[in-house]
Design a binder for this molecule. Structure first.
Ligand code: SF4
Length: 175
């Protein structure tokens, strides 16, 4: 089970967007201190594996998400993983403003790129279209020491015949 935060506002306007209402920057409810405390409380539950940041476009809400993910890391270390879905590509994000890179640096996995309807396939795991990549940021950092090098892309982004999908190895709990 995961805790998911849906962030409003997205400029990509992909045809057949899975959450078209959230393209508006005026959609949804204001983010509050109470909501942030609820997110941290939910993450503390042993059956919650991590936090999913989805949209809209989370990379345009870094003033909210950078402090939130910092708190998640301070409180849980690597025990809970953080995934982020973005319409930007990994390469665009690395060339973008420092806030986007700062958020990327604290996440474990990014699913990148816009949804492209003609590349949709129903059995893709964690993504809607084949152009989108599941990039293991933790593996990229562990292998190369930074995010500049070739990203570590999951080779199997599809469900297998039994409907299962690969998952990150859980981090050892902090002592
Ligand atoms: S990037 Fe995602 S949220 Fe934004 S329009 Fe495309 S599918 Fe919708």
């Amino acid at each position: 089970m995961r805790c998911s935060l849906y962030v409003s506002g997205c400029p990509f306007k992909c045809p057949d967007c899975y959450n078209a209402a959230a393209q508006s920057f005026r959609y949804g409810k204001p983010y509050t201190d109470e909501l942030e405390e609820q997110i941290l409380a939910d993450l503390a539950m042993p059956y919650v594996a991590g936090l999913s940041l989805v949209g809209g476009e989370p990379m345009l809400s870094t003033p909210i998400l950078v402090p939130l993910v910092k708190r998640v890391r301070e409180q849980f270390g690597d025990e809970k993983d953080v995934w982020i879905w973005t319409g930007y590509t990994y390469e665009q994000l690395l060339a973008e403003t420092s806030d986007k890179r700062e958020l990327l640096e604290m996440c474990d996995v990014v699913v990148d790129g816009p949804f492209v309807k003609r590349l949709y396939h129903h059995d893709l795991a964690f993504r809607g279209s084949r152009n989108q990549r599941i990039i293991d940021l933790r593996a990229s950092r562990d292998t190369h020491g930074d995010l500049e090098a070739e990203p570590a892309i999951w080779s199997s982004g599809r469900r297998d015949s039994e409907g299962t999908v690969p998952f990150l190895k859980p981090a050892a709990p902090k002592s």
